[in-house]
Design a protein around this ligand. Structure first.
Ligand code: 6R9
Length: 629
């Protein structure tokens, strides 16, 4: 982190919006609009909500019973009504909603009309299996259109979806299915990754031997001949939808009805089931997608995320569909089959908005500028970055290779926040490496542990001062864990990020203040990885840190104490890595494992990861007076 902080602190360039960007933008004067919005946030948000359709209106915009929020109280709505019906009624019925490109270049295109029919068939099929409002369905699919269809179909009838990233292994899947007590799992036979076939159904089989709540498994079969399925519990997706009618009314739901649970990593080993609801989440994702990306009807919007993570939920599925956008989504990696993959897709589909991650940019940087130069990128007009701090070098590179005049929206937010909170709008002057200013209606600050606002350039904790519509409503089955976000620093929501504000009020995010790490933008908890490590029979104790990495932002380094009688060997290290892969998934495997005789601990026995990290980076470990060993 040392280098990164230094380059961030030294960064001082400012990029002003071009006349073209200004001419197109919805929001011309951010400062004025922002002031207005925070003078009356409820007025701002209800104004946004009125751009959408509700079955019955709210009587109260916000009911704030610290730290519990209810937005649009008394209203009924359905997010899918606004994603689909609102468009299908108009000329957008035949507008392209979704273009999907498979790893092998297979293309599937859905108009709003066709997407609505698929969603309705799936919703009817869910009903036929007896699923009702409030039931939970786990979606464990690769990045294919069925993932989007299944999410919307659940939402259509008030069923709560829980999407689990398809890179998670069987035990990780099982714990998420069990926490949600899902009645149904929707999966696929296989996924594809860099030309390799990744079996998914066997992972589900293994997980489900520990999941008593699951009654049925629906399988999207991509391989031919199709894999054998064990009827009646296992059902083929195509057969399941085949005989269903293409019409299904959207259930009229109270605005506070849960829409989904998404599990994310925290500071303990157990993932947290973040709960979002129909009404507020709809308003937050709609407003941010519209203004941050300045989305217009003729845009082609390409977001590289996977719906297994929150960015895919909010900015592939819900936000863009609420805006009636044409969405491009592509299976596979940015450098497969070659590093021109994404640039090629931008040229082929005339992409105008491109939302990606710092890790992907740094990866593409390594292949050089000749790759983007080979393609016509002139359709691009707005760029986006998310998931981790973007270092100014990567920012400048991204800006240069895309023509040097497209604004980059460095969007800061979290699974818990539901929607983007700190971000430029296209007309805001940009400083590479800074997520700039709060979104309209959002009051943010940098404070010390007591909640005192800090002067410019002093590092502290990023906080949000007031509730916002797309905030999580609770942690599933664990309200105490929800309260922690609002009780850590008095009177505000603590994000867990370290940050400073400069003299212009621009926010510079530096990484997490807790034991959460971002590896290639994927969120992991050090405690989760540690518990996977100690599940190996040779490991007595483990400590994990995130270590700055040139490409993926942070890499995982583990320190372990072996059990007595065990000796270090390359085979043992490999088998420990395999164990983490089996417990959690490939993304959680440490890139380095050091065998150590002891670990620094407090007198109460807590491992002091910050001491390990400081030592690893050759920095001052700070106060170590509480250290025991
Ligand atoms: C959307 C998402 C949340 C954590 C967050 C922060 C980091 C996300 C960032 C960023 C700096 C940005 N983060 N965007 N840090 N600049 N533009 O990534 O959600 O997976 O829950 O992670 O990601 O540390 O606290 P999630």
């Amino acid at each position: 982190m040392g280098d990164k902080i230094e380059t961030l602190l030294k960064e001082s360039r400012t990029y002003h919006p071009t006349a073209k960007t200004k001419a197109a933008a919805y929001i011309q004067d951010y400062e004025a609009e922002y002031k207005k919005s925070i003078a009356d946030p409820e007025g701002f948000w209800s104004g946004m909500a009125k751009q959408l359709e509700w079955f019955t209106p709210w009587h109260t915009v916000l009911e704030w019973n610290y730290p519990w929020a209810k937005w649009f109280v008394g209203a009924t709505c359905n997010i899918t009504y606004n994603c689909l019906d609102r468009h299908v009624r108009t000329w957008r019925k035949n507008k392209v909603a979704l273009i999907w490109v498979g790893e092998n270049d297979q293309e599937r295109v859905f108009t709003y009309g066709e997407l609505a029919r698929q969603v309705n068939r799936c919703a009817n099929a869910l009903k036929q299996l007896g699923l009702r409002k409030g039931d939970r369905v786990t979606i464990y699919l690769p990045k294919i259109p069925e993932q989007v269809v299944a999410m919307l179909a659940c939402a259509r009838i008030g069923v709560v979806h829980s999407v689990v990233y398809s890179g998670f292994s069987a035990p990780a899947l099982a714990s998420r299915v069990n926490d949600a007590e899902a009645r149904l799992v929707i999966t696929a036979d296989v996924g594809y990754d860099r030309g390799k076939t990744i079996p998914l159904k066997p992972v589900v089989d293994e997980a489900l031997s520990h999941c008593p709540s699951v009654e049925h498994v629906v399988v999207v079969r991509r391989q031919s001949p199709g894999w054998e399925l064990a009827a009646p519990k296992e059902i083929d997706w195509t057969d399941w939808l085949h005989s269903q009618p293409a019409a299904c009314e959207a259930e009229q739901l109270d605005a506070e009805t849960p829409l989904y649970i998404l599990y994310t990593s925290g500071t303990t080993g157990k993932p947290k089931g973040v709960v979002h609801v129909h009404g507020g989440y709809m308003v937050g994702t709609y407003a941010t997608t519209k203004y941050v990306f300045d989305l217009k009807d003729d845009d082609v919007y390409f977001c590289v995320a996977d719906p297994g993570w929150v960015t895919g939920h909010s900015y592939i599925v819900y936000g863009p569909l609420l805006n009636g956008a044409t969405i491009l989504t592509a299976e596979g990696k940015p450098d497969y089959p070659n590093p021109g993959r994404w640039w090629h897709l931008i040229e082929r589909y005339g992409v105008s908005i491109f939302y990606t991650t710092p890790t992907a940019i740094r990866l593409l940087m390594r292949y050089g500028e000749d790759w983007p130069k080979k393609f016509d990128l002139s359709t691009l007009r707005i760029l986006g970055s998310v998931g981790e701090p973007i270092n100014p070098e990567a920012w400048e590179w991204f800006h240069r290779v895309t023509g040097g005049d497209k604004p980059i929206m460095d969007t800061w937010w979290q699974t818990e926040t539901g929607a983007i909170l700190i971000t430029p709008l296209p007309t805001v002057p940009l400083k590479p490496g800074s997520a700039t200013r709060p979104f309209l209606g959002i009051e943010a600050d940098v404070v010390d542990r007591e909640g005192n606002s800090l002067p410019p350039n002093a590092g502290g904790f990023a906080v949000i001062k007031k509730p916002w519509p797309s905030m999580m409503r609770t942690i599933y089955k664990d309200p105490e864990r929800y309260k922690v976000y609002w009780n850590t620093i008095p009177n505000c929501y603590t994000a867990g990020d370290v940050c400073h504000k400069d003299a212009d009020g621009y926010m510079w995010f530096m990484g997490r203040a807790d034991d959460v790490i971002k590896v290639a933008g994927n969120r992991l908890g050090t405690a989760e990885v540690e518990s996977a490590l100690v599940s190996h029979p040779a490991v007595a104790e483990a400590a994990v840190i995130g270590k700055p990495h040139k490409t993926v932002g942070e890499s995982i380094k583990a320190f372990i104490i072996l059990k007595q009688g065990q000796t270090e060997s390359p085979e043992l290290i490999q088998s420990i890595k395999d164990q983490v892969k089996a417990e959690l998934g490939k993304i959680a495997v440490p890139s380095e494992i050091d065998i150590v005789p002891s670990l620094p601990k407090t007198r109460s026995g807590k491992i002091m990861r910050r001491v390990l990290k400081a030592k690893e980076l050759g920095q001052d470990p700070g106060d170590i007076s509480t250290i025991e060993e």
